[in-house]
Every structure is written in structure tokens, then in C-alpha cells.
Design a protein around this ligand. Structure first.
Ligand SMILES: Cc1cc2nc3c(=O)[nH]c(=O)nc-3n(C[C@H](O)[C@H](O)[C@H](O)COP(=O)(O)O)c2cc1C
Length: 325
């Protein structure tokens, strides 16, 4: 029996794996590759650029994909919602902010609404609203996130979610993580870091090399890159990246960074322009340990499913009577 969970039926997909809508990384080609391999790819709407979104939806062609937005940023450009709903996405994911103002449009368009949460308070609001699925994101995640760890947070969200499917995120990049998420009561997983180095990802070559040689030991959450990028992120969330010269210099000295902002922003921009990952961020999570090849996204997805099935069978044998383990 292939692995089949309620989110397979909800989204009409074969495997319970979603590509995270990674800003600047999850474009149309990556989203379509994950969807064609049986999961559901979400384009990263990020901070909102209408031309970019149109181009990336076009790049996905006829393949069914979804899209995700950073909610507080979408609130500043709400017209982008109409633009993507015209493309009939398979799912629309909102993270980081008040999703209530967008509900009616999304449901009127008969699109599935997925809300990513980092606290039980946010999860309760999503449950009370009756969203179609909840992503419970642990702090291990790459990109923006909160402080709760995936292992205790996911089952706590499952306990309050009633019959709304919960999708686990944060630190999951192989079949062992998928099997563990299912054991925690999740209906599937949403993965970012695990697809970051895919052939189809829009991450730069140097960033892909950095994750291959990097480790979860060497990531941290901070706000230094948001300050350098001039993004006024609410203080509830900060950004997990690999450590580099910029984090070493400023993450313990935010006041100093703000005092030298113009100079540091110029240095940061110059580094970004030449893809210097000593200063520019490599936005990945603790699952960096598990990413060891630049390969087609479908290979990573198929391996994840096959490995999860092996581990779930092995685990179920542990509880069978007369089993040799
Ligand atoms: C490079 C990168 C960019 C991300 N950008 C976004 C984003 O724009 N919107 C969003 O909701 N989540 C974003 N995330 C977080 C993901 O939605 C997801 O929670 C996370 O990737 C899951 O943890 P993992 O990285 O361990 O797989 C990003 C993650 C990464 C790694």
C-alpha cells in the first residue's frame, strides 16, 4: 500500500509532501517538478512582485501548483491575491501575520487555504476559522520562524486541530523525518531546506554549494539580514540562515549594525550582487545536515517516500507479536 493520508485527498496529490513557498527559491520550475513527482509545489510569493509571480506561474505551465505569501507583506499589496487566484492555484498558503482579511476571496475562488503557524495561539485561531490545513512550523526550519521545536509542537497542534489536517514543517528533509511526522499525528510534511539545492531551485550556485558543505550545527536565527535588507519584520519572527561573517559580526550587536546601517547595507548589497555567501545569507535550516547532492527535486522526493515506507514498515514490525524486529 502506498503512503496515503488525508492531505493526499485534500490536494489531490499522490504523496503527502509539500514544497515550501520559499521566497526567491521556489519558482515555477521547482514547484512544478515537485508536483509532477506526486507532491504539491508552492511558489514562494515572498514580498510580492507581480511580474515575477506571473513569470513563475507561466514557467509551471499546465502543472497544478500552489502559492504562498508572507501575510504581513501581502497586506501591503492585497491586489496580488487577485492576480494569483486568477491562476486557480491548488492551494494558497499564508504565513506570518493576520490571515483573516484574505479568507473570503480565497474561499470564494474555491482555493484551499493553508495557514502556517508557530504558536498554539495561532493554531487555535486557524482551527476556529476552519482553514483547510495547518502547517505547524518548528524553529528548526530554514527562513523565518518562531521558537517552538517541531517534535513537541506538531502533536500539540494535532491535539487541538480536530479534523483539520496538520502538516509538519521544520527540520524534515528525508523519509525518516516524514515517518516521524506521521507518527506525531501529522498528515504530511512541508519541506524547504530539503529542496533548496535541487536543480530547479532558484537559489544561487554558491548558496547550493554552501548547504552541501554546511551543517545544521552552523545555522542560527537572527534579524541581521532583515535589518540589512531594510525589511521591517514583526519581532515575533526571525530568520534562520547559515552563520557567516555577517552574522558573526552583528548578531550579538544589533545596536552596532543599526548605527552603521548605511555602510553595512552597501557592503551587504555589494556582496549579494556577486553572490558572496560570506556576507549574503544562505537561508536554510537545521536539516542542512541531510542535503548532500544537487539533484532533480523528483529524486529527493522519491527517495523520501521510499525511505519513509521502509521506516514505517520497520517500526510497525516492532509492535507485531512474535516479530524478530
Ligand atoms: C530559503 C527559504 C525561504 C523561505 N521563505 C518563506 C516564505 O517566503 N514564506 C513562507 O511562508 N515560508 C518561507 N520559508 C519557510 C518555509 O515555509 C518552511 O516553514 C520551512 O522551509 C520548513 O522547514 P525546513 O526548511 O527545515 O524544511 C522559507 C524557508 C527557506 C529555507
Amino acid at each position: 500500500m502506498p503512503l496515503h493520508t488525508p492531505i493526499c485527498d485534500l490536494f489531490g496529490i499522490e504523496h503527502p509532501v509539500l514544497l515550501a513557498p520559499m521566497a526567491g527559491v521556489s519558482g515555477g520550475a521547482l514547484a512544478a517538478a515537485v508536483s509532477r513527482a506526486g507532491g504539491l509545489g508552492l511558489i514562494g510569493g515572498g514580498y510580492g512582485d507581480a511580474d515575477w509571480l506571473a513569470r513563475e506561474f507561466d514557467a509551471a505551465g499546465d502543472t497544478r501548483i500552489g502559492v504562498g505569501f508572507i501575510t504581513w507583506s501581502l497586506a501591503r499589496q492585497p491586489q496580488l491575491l487577485d492576480l494569483v487566484l486568477d491562476r486557480a492555484p491548488a492551494a494558497l498558503m499564508l504565513s506570518f501575520g493576520d490571515f483573516q482579511p484574505f479568507l473570503s476571496k480565497i474561499w470564494d475562488a474555491e482555493t484551499k487555504l493553508v495557514v502556517q503557524v508557530q504558536t498554539l495561539g495561532q493554531a487555535r485561531e486557524a482551527v476556529d476559522t476552519g482553514v483547510d490545513a495547518i502547517v505547524a512550523q518548528g524553529t528548526e526550519a530554514g527562513g523565518h520562524g518562531g521558537t517552538r521545536a517541531t517534535l513537541p509542537f506538531v502533536p500539540a497542534v494535532v491535539d487541538i486541530a480536530k479534523d483539520i489536517p496538520v502538516i509538519a514543517a521544520g527540520g524534515i528533509a528525508d523519509g525518516r523525518g516524514l515517518a516521524a511526522a506521521l507518527a506525531l499525528g501529522a498528515s504530511g510534511v512541508l519541506c524547504g531546506t530539503g529542496f533548496f539545492a535541487s536543480d530547479e531551485s532558484l537559489a544561487s550556485d554558491n548558496a547550493k554549494q554552501a548547504i552541501l558543505h554546511g551543517s545544521g550545527d552552523n545555522t542560527e536565527r537572527s534579524s541581521v539580514f532583515d535589518i540589512a535588507r531594510g525589511l521591517d519584520w514583526p519581532s515575533d519572527w526571525n530568520l534562520r540562515t547559515m552563520r557567516n561573517d555577517f552574522t558573526h559580526q552583528w548578531s550579538e550587536n544589533i545596536g552596532g549594525l543599526k548605527q552603521n546601517l548605511a555602510e553595512e547595507q552597501a557592503r551587504f548589497e555589494a556582496a549579494r550582487n556577486v553572490d558572496d555567501t560570506g556576507i549574503a545569507p544562505v537561508i536554510v535550516g537545521e536539516a542542512a545536515d541531510l542535503v548532500r547532492a544537487i539533484e532533480p527535486a523528483q529524486d529527493a522526493l522519491r527517495r523520501m517516500i521510499a525511505q519513509a515506507e521502509v521506516h514505517l514498515r520497520r517500526i510497525s514490525r516492532l509492535v507485531e507479536p512474535n516479530s524478530k524486529g
